[in-house]
Design a binder for this molecule. Structure first.
Ligand SMILES: [Fe+2]
Ligand SMILES: [Fe+2]
Length: 302
C-alpha cells in the first residue's frame, strides 16, 4: 500500500498555501454542498440554516482557494494550459490504472473523507444507474472527475477544481466570491471587461473558453468516445454560474440550451450521491468492465 501522504509530499515539494490551500480537493465539493444543499434533505426537515450552522473547518481555506483561482485564471493562462495538456503526451494508461493513479489524491489528514476519489465516481455512476439512465450517462458519472489527475501532474488546486467560468469577457456577479477578481490581470483589459468580450451574442459555448480545470481536460480526453450529452456533462459539470445561476445565458445557443438539460440532470448525482457505505466493487466490477470496453479503447492518453 502506497503511503499517499508521503507520496503527496514528494510530488509537491513546493507545496504551500499558494498552490494547495485546501486540505483536500473534496473540501471544494463540501463547500458546494453548503451553497447548494440537497433539496430532498431539506424536504426531510433539515433547513438551510442547519446546513450553514455546521462547523466548516474548510471555510477559510475555501475562500483562500477562490482568491487564488479568481486571481490567476486569466485568458492567457487558460490558453497556456490548453497547449500544455491537450496534446495528451504525458501518460497513457488503461482506465483501471488511471483510477489507481487518481486515488493517490486522497489526503490522509482530511478527517471527512474516508472515501477515495474512485468511491465518489462509483457512487455517482451507481446512483445514475439505479435511476435507469442510459449506460453512457453511467459512464459519464464514472469518469466525470478523472481530470483531477492534473493535481498529480503538479498543477495547483486552483487550476484543477473550483467552479468554472468564461474567460475573455466580463465575470458574472453570479460567480462565487466575485470580489476576488479584482486582482486578476484581465481586470485591466478593457475588451475582456465588456459583457461579450472576445465572444458574441449567442455564439455557443463551444466557442467560449472556460477557466482551466478538470472538466475541460476530461472532456477533451473523452470527446471521441462518448455521445454528446455525456460530453456536455463532463465539460460543464463545474460551471455553476451557468447551470445553477444562469449568469451566461447570453453566450449560449439553442443547442447548448438543449444539452444543458443533461448537465442539469447530472448535477444532483454528482453533489448528492455521497454515501458512507461504499459500493461493493467486487460485485460491480464485471458490469463496469463491460461498460468501459463497450465505449473506450484499451488505453487512454493523458
Ligand atoms: Fe468535478
Ligand atoms: Fe464529482
Amino acid at each position: 500500500m502506497i503511503n499517499k501522504k508521503a507520496m503527496n509530499d514528494q510530488m509537491h515539494p513546493l507545496s504551500s498555501s499558494d498552490t494547495h490551500p485546501l486540505s483536500s480537493l473534496d473540501v471544494w465539493e463540501e463547500d458546494l454542498l453548503e451553497r447548494y444543499p440537497d433539496p430532498e434533505t431539506i424536504a426531510k426537515g433539515k433547513t438551510t440554516e442547519e446546513y450553514r450552522n455546521y462547523e466548516t473547518p474548510g471555510r477559510d481555506s475555501v475562500r483562500e482557494f477562490y482568491r487564488l483561482n479568481h486571481t490567476y485564471q486569466t485568458f492567457d493562462f487558460v490558453r497556456e494550459k490548453r497547449e500544455q495538456y491537450l496534446k495528451f503526451d504525458k501518460k497513457e494508461m488503461s482506465v483501471w490504472d488511471a483510477f489507481n493513479f487518481l486515488n493517490q489524491l486522497v489526503d490522509d489528514s482530511d478527517p471527512d473523507t474516508d472515501l477515495d476519489q474512485f468511491q465518489h465516481l462509483l457512487q455517482t455512476s451507481e446512483a445514475i444507474r439505479a435511476d435507469g439512465h442510459p449506460d453512457w450517462m453511467v459512464l459519464a458519472g464514472l469518469f466525470h472527475d478523472m481530470g483531477k489527475v492534473l493535481c498529480l501532474f503538479d498543477e495547483p488546486q486552483w487550476a484543477v477544481v473550483g467552479d468554472t467560468f468564461p474567460v475573455g469577457c466580463a465575470w458574472s456577479d453570479k460567480i462565487v466570491y466575485p470580489e476576488y477578481f479584482k486582482d486578476n490581470p484581465d481586470h485591466s483589459n478593457e475588451l475582456y471587461q465588456t459583457k461579450y468580450g472576445v465572444y458574441s451574442h449567442g455564439c455557443g459555448l463551444r466557442n467560449v473558453q472556460l477557466s482551466w480545470g478538470h472538466d475541460e481536460y476530461v472532456y477533451q480526453m473523452m470527446k471521441d468516445y462518448l455521445p454528446e450529452p455525456a460530453l456536455y456533462m463532463l465539460r460543464y459539470h463545474s460551471f455553476y454560474s451557468q447551470h445553477r445561476e444562469h449568469g451566461y445565458d447570453h453566450l449560449m445557443d439553442d443547442h447548448d440550451r438543449e444539452m444543458f438539460k443533461w448537465v442539469n440532470l447530472f448535477n444532483p448525482y454528482d453533489l448528492y450521491s455521497k454515501n458512507p457505505t461504499p459500493p461493493d466493487w467486487t460485485q460491480l466490477r464485471p458490469y463496469y468492465e463491460d461498460l468501459v470496453a463497450k465505449y473506450l479503447p484499451a488505453t487512454i492518453k493523458f
